[in-house]
Design a protein. Structure first.
Length: 227
């Protein structure tokens, strides 16, 4: 999935010390622009960097700071910290269900150990790239809910560009984001939800005939083939 890269704004020379992050001298509207490629429906290079910075902040500053993996518990605390509540998704859903959800959405994640050292790793945790994709999809599905989360993070977290070390401008406008749910993404997401429910029903009915399951690659590629 290729995104249309935007030129990265350059910071003006400053007299700050090497340990002081530079702040871009671009106007916020010029710096951010519109944050999605409207054809590919993927984040621009600036938004990709911003979401990576958010993921790194969540990893190190939200929840259990000794555990930097983006597990469900940490993500639930992230959403609460920005004014949301996703406990039903990240705390109530079984690990297997959450992992399959991320799988069909194409969100890279790993399986982390449980508290039992004799069990196979089974606790799903998003990678940085997985978080970028997850949060991008959420914004395209429900911008009225998720755009304020990002705006809050930018204004309050002192986020730095992960590649340049520059501080992101705090004044980010809602105009940089979509204002309505993306019809194509909504339709695709509903199809993913149907497959998720069918999978859950099959697991709950072991006596019923089970259809051969598509491979992981087939699930992901079929789900987001238009991007």
């Amino acid at each position: 999935m290729a995104s249309t890269a935007e030129p990265k704004p350059r910071a003006a020379p400053t007299s700050s010390t090497p340990n002081t992050p530079k702040v871009s001298n671009s106007q916020p509207s010029d710096y951010y622009g519109y944050l999605f490629d409207e054809y590919a429906k993927t984040p621009t290079s600036v938004f990709d960097a911003l979401l990576r910075a958010m993921a790194q902040h969540i990893s190190t500053e939200i929840g259990d700071k000794q555990d930097r993996t983006l597990k469900g518990a940490k993500l639930a605390q992230f959403y609460k910290s920005v004014g949301g509540n996703y406990d039903k998704v990240f705390l109530s859903a079984p690990n297997e269900t959450l992992s399959f959800l991320w799988q069909i959405l194409g969100c890279f994640h790993s399986l982390q150990p449980t508290d039992n050292c004799y069990e196979a790793p089974s606790v799903p945790a998003l990678t940085i790239a997985g978080f970028v994709r997850w949060q991008s999809i959420q914004i395209l599905l429900s911008p009225e809910e998720h755009v304020p989360f990002v705006i809050f993070a930018v204004k309050n977290w002192n986020l730095k560009h992960p590649d340049t070390g520059e501080l992101f401008p705090k004044d980010i406008s809602a105009a940089a984001f979509p204002t309505e749910p993306d019809a194509d993404i909504v339709s695709w997401h509903e199809a993913c939800g149907t497959r998720l429910r069918q999978e859950a029903e099959q697991r709950q009915s072991p006596s019923s005939p089970r259809q051969p399951a598509p491979s992981a690659a087939d699930r992901v590629n079929a789900g987001f083939s238009h991007v």
